[in-house]
Design a binder for this molecule. Structure first.
Ligand SMILES: [Zn+2]
Length: 316
């Protein structure tokens, strides 16, 4: 009996310690002046920080075949405020940035990193979901690299796609400037080789093929201490419509049918495994959980950020 009491007491102590650590890191990261631009979310041992790059609108004009009845039912207020988000995976030893935002004078990712006390030269890994300008624009000042020391991971099919389009200036400028930094990867459902042996933390990042929006569009599953978060890029542009009606694709999907299929696959995977989805155009803080509904679509619940690991996980 004494043994059991001691074990229970010990586990409380351990959980309490972890919760303290989470609270501390949230406070340190949040600061006071930029609340609303940065939100933190704990995954096992690590903190994922959602960064709002900028606000944007995702109105009905983005849809390929806007069904008037659906638009009326789900978008009675016209445009839907959305955002461009990037995500910083902060481990004890590494700063991993997922996408870089739109860049130029419109994107705030770089400034928010500086605010967090992270110099761009301290970003050692960048994962790119795909090479549209609102995701890679933040890699360059003019033609100069903003993240000179980062290894930049991009799916091989994505690189090939943009190289075959020399008129796509933004993507090809990035490929030229970062030639020495780029690490192409193939789609395989296994962990990316991000760290040399002994250099890693308790983190694994698996790549998931999410093609359709672009040929090399990738989702990244972050795993630490058996907790998961799926950073799914542009799987949705308008979360309200594309969860209720997942077959509705947008004008800038390279292959709209494949994009719809991928959206359903990722939603199914996330709901079966109870994994929250982080998205680059899910209204900021950018993380939702997904549940299948009886109408053949999905419902979503905004996942609360800035809470410790005991309270989160997609439940209300
Ligand atoms: Zn985008």
């Amino acid at each position: 009996m004494l043994k059991i009491i001691f074990a229970v007491l010990f586990s409380f102590l351990v959980i309490g310690k972890e919760a303290d650590a989470a609270d501390k890191s949230s406070q340190e990261i949040l600061g006071s002046g930029i609340k609303g631009s940065i939100e933190s979310y704990k995954v096992g041992d690590i903190v994922v920080i959602a960064i709002k790059d900028t606000d944007t609108n995702m109105g009905k004009s983005i849809f390929l075949e806007p069904d008037a009845a659906i638009i009326k039912r789900l978008m009675s207020e016209g445009n839907v405020r959305s955002s461009i988000n990037t995500f910083l995976i902060k481990t004890a030893k590494h700063n991993i940035l997922v996408d870089t935002g739109i860049g130029g004078s419109g994107g705030a990712t770089h400034d928010n990193l500086v605010y967090l006390g992270i110099d761009p030269s301290e970003i050692d890994i960048i994962l790119i979901t795909h090479m549209h300008n609102d995701h890679i624009g933040g890699l360059l000042f003019g033609k100069d690299k903003i993240y000179p020391k980062a290894k930049v991971y991009i799916a091989a099919p994505e690189i090939e796609f943009w190289q075959s389009r020399p008129s796509a200036i933004a993507a090809n400028n990035v490929l030229a400037a970062y030639t020495q930094n780029i690490v192409p990867f193939e789609f395989a459902n296994k962990a990316l080789p991000l760290f040399a042996k002994g250099e890693g933390d308790d983190i694994e990042i698996k790549v998931m093929k999410a093609a359709g929006h672009t040929p090399g569009h990738s989702a990244f599953e972050v795993i630490s201490k058996k907790e998961h978060l799926l950073i799914a890029g542009d799987i949705v542009h308008n979360i309200t419509i594309q969860t209720a009606e997942p077959l509705m694709s947008v004008t800038f999907d390279t292959d709209p049918e494949e994009a719809a299929k991928t959206r359903e696959e990722i939603f199914d995977y996330a709901q079966k495994n109870k994994i929250p989805i982080a998205g680059m155009h899910i209204p900021f803080g950018g993380i939702v959980s997904i549940q299948k509904n009886k109408q053949g679509g999905y419902d979503f619940t905004v996942v609360k950020t800035n809470e410790d690991a005991q309270q989160k996980g997609g439940e209300k």
